[in-house]
Design a protein around this ligand. Structure first.
Ligand code: SAH
Length: 378
């Protein structure tokens, strides 16, 4: 295989200054301004490398939009608020949120729509999708205004660079990308050392792998800080679980017209690189704001996806894709329903958001190892 332009740049960097962390590797592969995966293409949709929930069905954005709007009503309709999305991809989710909430009196008039997007290419796609609305962009959540915040992030945190460590006799050996004798990119391990960030992970067995996402906590803390000070609600959906364990670093790329898993080191810049999200780390970073955690399937069902799917199916101009099949795909445990999780961040003195009032066995299954301070125990 001919090396990608980015493979050459990374090899030169490693030759000059030594092996790089998985986080550095991921950041370059996804966001390098000339050769990064998100910088050079629109990877979404039926023809893209992967399909995300909003690209599967309009119901996803509609239900999340109504959940946000209901919360805005619950908070007494703040007269001016930020309606934000992190990592909006094509802008489909925000378009569905806006369509579904258009009939909530006053909601659009009070909303200032802000998209947090790093890729210039995708900003252009989002501008086209949302041409009917007044939209602003910010490079980082730090740049969001100090105002009530209603925010969604779907498959955003899984794209943030991770570092990976293997437990070795009470110490941690970091996965580093170096070069093989032939000059190919090749993962290896740094000598083990202590790491304060993993001091609480005495549960990891010898040889076990743990991933940390250094950017996730500061981003979550920024979001939670605004919600704590000004009110609001953040809905974070992604694949992952309550506590990181195991190697979840993966690559997806087009291969013979289909999307398939590939070797993450074979063609840097040409595959989508992701890792599972550690929701416990997000919930901890959100404190002292409250959090509630459930599965995507449970949330969408509680928000009424089955009713909405039947309604759409009965519509004379039914959507091109079968709404009942789409609802199943989004909620079935064998498909996206259980692997994908949902975390809500809200003020501890504010009501629990719609869809998160889980109870009984369903929650026990969803909230693996949830700690006692999460608000969904309330
Ligand atoms: N939410 C969309 C797309 C998910 S892909 C959907 O569900 O279809 C990840 C998105 O996050 C892309 O838009 C990507 O460009 C953006 N992104 C990745 N890293 C980012 C970062 N550090 N800051 C801002 N946006 C980022």
């Amino acid at each position: 295989m001919t090396p990608t332009p980015l493979a050459g740049l990374l090899a030169a960097r490693i030759r000059a200054t030594g092996p790089i962390s998985l986080a550095d590797y991921m950041a370059e592969c996804l966001l390098h301004p000339a050769h990064g995966y998100y910088a050079t293409r629109d990877p979404f949709g039926q023809a893209g490398d992967f399909i995300t929930a909003p690209e599967i069905s309009q119901m996803f954005g509609e239900l999340l939009g109504l959940c946000l709007a209901q919360y805005w009503l619950d908070l007494g309709q703040p007269a001016s608020f930020t309606l934000a999305e992190c990592g909006p991809g094509r802008g489909t989710l925000m378009a569905d949120i806006l369509r579904a909430t258009a009939r909530v009196p006053g909601f659009h008039a009070a909303a200032r729509i802000i998209l947090v997007e790093a890729s210039e290419t995708l900003r252009e796609v989002q501008a086209r999708t949302l041409a009917a609305h007044s939209v602003e962009w910010r490079p980082q959540v730090q740049d969001l205004p100090e105002a009530p915040l209603f925010l969604v992030a779907n498959e955003f945190f899984d794209a943030l660079p991770i570092r990976q460590f293997t437990a070795r006799a009470g110490l941690w050996a970091e996965t580093m990308i170096g070069l093989s004798p032939e000059g190919q990119l090749q993962p290896g391990q740094a000598p083990p050392g202590p790491l304060a960030a993993l001091a609480h992970r005495a549960d990891v067995p010898e040889g076990g792998v743990v991933e940390i996402c250094p950017a996730a906590a500061p981003i979550t803390a920024e979001i939670a800080g605004r919600i704590r000070r000004c009110g609001g609600l953040a809905l974070i959906l992604d694949y992952g679980g309550w506590r990181s364990l195991g190697d979840t670093f993966q690559a997806m790329a087009q291969s013979m017209g289909k999307h398939a898993y590939t070797d993450p080191f074979a063609a840097p810049g040409e595959a989508d690189l992701t890792a599972h999200v550690d929701f416990e780390a997000l919930a901890q970073a959100a404190r002292p704001a409250a959090t509630a955690y459930t599965t995507q399937g449970t949330l969408l069902k509680a928000l009424g996806i089955d009713t909405r799917a039947r309604q759409l199916a009965a519509h004379p101009r039914a959507a091109a894709n079968d709404p009942l099949a789409a609802a199943r795909r989004l909620t079935d445990p064998a498909e996206m329903g259980t692997l994908f999780k949902a975390l809500a961040i809200y003020r501890a003195d504010a009501p629990l958001p719609a869809g998160f009032d889980t109870s009984g066995s369903d929650r026990d299954q969803a909230v693996q190892g949830s700690d006692t301070e999460t608000a969904d125990d309330a």
